[in-house]
Ligand binder design. Structure first.
Ligand code: URA
Length: 218
């Protein structure tokens, strides 16, 4: 890890680790990221996946247990939903690149050997990972970014981001020097967490937001 300073105020950042040529070079560099303490307990960096020419980039929160084991984003339960919903909304999976605001799995264990339980990344950790989230769109150059939930929203659009206020709308913002078009929506895990009787409506809401994204892409 290369924090500047020390103690509770030390700044975590991935910046010194970002490098390499093209997306493959960036992926290799990310594998060695020690920009914040999350790398210590996670199995590996889970870098983005998809075509380097993707027209749309979907940004989630952080890898989960299964993603941490397999080394690919969105391969667990939320990922299965994310396979279905964009296709239903008319987004071609071949046109999509999927990544996360944070590239290491953060978790707690109630007891040793017990199941790893997802913990939300802190603002400090998402800020530390920001250089990866700047580098991926700069290389892929998507026409549109789909923001999946609050962590991705705050990482990309700032701490005042509220998904309920802007979901399903098209935002145009300059982010780290690049003009971006973004469509925020809920994180697929929130659909999975919805009560049984609310789940279908939550899923339809996600698909409706993704239809806006598909419409923007034309
Ligand atoms: N949730 C995320 O935000 N990203 C993943 O890769 C998996 C689950």
């Amino acid at each position: 890890m290369s924090p500047s300073g020390s103690g509770p105020e030390e700044r975590y950042t991935a910046a010194p680790f970002v490098g390499g040529a093209g997306l493959d070079g960036l992926r290799r560099a990310a594998a060695d990221c020690r920009g914040c303490p999350l790398h210590r307990d996670a199995t590996r960096t889970v870098f983005g996946a998809g075509s380097a020419d993707a027209r749309v980039m979907l940004v989630g929160e952080q890898p989960g247990d299964q993603e941490d084991r397999e080394g690919r984003p969105f391969v667990g339960p939320a990922g299965r939903l994310l396979d279905r919903a964009p296709a239903e909304a008319g987004l071609d999976p071949a046109d999509a690149y999927v990544t996360n605001a944070v590239e290491h799995f953060k978790f707690a264990r109630a007891e040793p050997r017990k199941r790893r339980i997802h913990k939300a990344p802190s603002r400090r950790e998402t800020t530390a990972c920001g250089p990866w989230l700047a580098a991926e769109p700069a290389l892929v150059q998507p026409e549109l970014i789909v923001v999946l939930g609050a962590t991705a929203g705050k990482a990309l659009l700032g701490s005042s981001f509220r998904v309920g206020e802007v979901r399903g709308t098209v935002l145009e913002r300059e982010i780290r020097g690049r003009p971006e078009r973004l469509v925020p929506t809920v994180h697929p895990s929130s659909v999975l967490r919805a009560r049984n009787e609310d789940r279908e409506a939550a899923y339809e809401g996600l698909v409706a937001d993704l239809r806006i994204a598909a419409h923007v892409l034309g």
